[in-house]
Design a protein around this ligand. Sequence first.
Ligand SMILES: *Cc1c(COP(=O)(O)O)cnc(C)c1O
Length: 381
Amino acid sequence: MGLSKTIWTNPTEFLRVQQPETPVLFFAPTVLQAAARRFIDSFPGMVTYAVKSNPLEEVVDNLSAAGVRGYDCASPFEIDLIRRLAPDAAIHYNNPVRARHEIAYAVERGVKSYSVDSKSELAKLVEMVPAEGVEISVRFKLPVAGAAYNFGAKFGATAELAVELLKTVAEAGFIPSITFHPGTQCTDPAAWETYILTAADIARDAGVTIARLNVGGGFPNHRLHGVVPQIEETFALIDRVATQAFGADRPLLVCEPGRALCGDGFTLAARVKAVRDDMHVFLNDGVYGALTELPLIGVIDRIEVLSPEGHKRTGDVLPRIVFGPTCDSVDRLPGEIPLPDDIAEGDFVVVHGMGAYSTVTNTRFNGFGELGMATVLSLKI
Ligand SMILES: *Cc1c(COP(=O)(O)O)cnc(C)c1O
């Protein structure tokens, strides 16, 4: 996968001229940079990027160009990527469980911020990381709804344990901070409110003034016509609640969005391989390809269909069962997908908002998964 140097006007032009037989992801750097500037301009603190959501070098380069100065990394590979592409950027190593060789690597690469959610992993950090000028952020979880799936099942201390961890962090001479991650595609701003109020309780109970509060990622991208992300409203709520909860001890705020930065800068085009007996639609991409996330967090309805000549199909919308190309029966998009009833073999199904957890989770299962890439000026078809 690599970007050709040619920049196309929009996906339609590319599809009409190239007639690709593999799925293609269209990347609009202007859209990505606008998303980054929107966060930088309105978030009341530091904006970092969760590299895992889309680690393409073009993405990191464009986010850096737009002014992103910090990156949330989860592995030595991601640390190395950011050190190479954005050498002066801050790296937050926010994977709460690390092997010792991974900690050693981070120390060697000058990483100054780590998150933790357990006593055993904190003990490893205290043992291996020199405390001077290094932040340890205690990650806690709450049983709150609002996100597309529950991250708390894997990571996050209870509030009670977080109090204990925070005390240890401060006693060991590290810069004490708190972090949480409300879950991905979190469309309910109220989730942040509960988390911030609890973070203040944890700091108070520990008797520790925290330097920073990292409010996680989880901000949504635009997946459904009817659900437009309330980004500025969510930031205003975070700002208000942080002051209300911490008063004079208000910490600096950090956020670490992945999806909300990279999601809307990419549009996927998959080709219709067959409309089997006028019913089931078979695409050349599916849940083992760039569409991996759909069964996990729900379908995207920002879909348009183009004929091979690049004309928009305008037939009445008909819900269809849509399958991916592999021989695995799991390879089916969830539910039924609303598609125009004049959809035909050879058409392109264009899915917007596809930049997050797509390039990086695409597999070669069954010999499929070759994903084309093209840079475009605009994603409007
Ligand atoms: C995955 C992850 C993120 C990014 O999540 P998005 O939903 O893509 O914003 C942020 N922080 C942590 C700790 C994560 O694991």
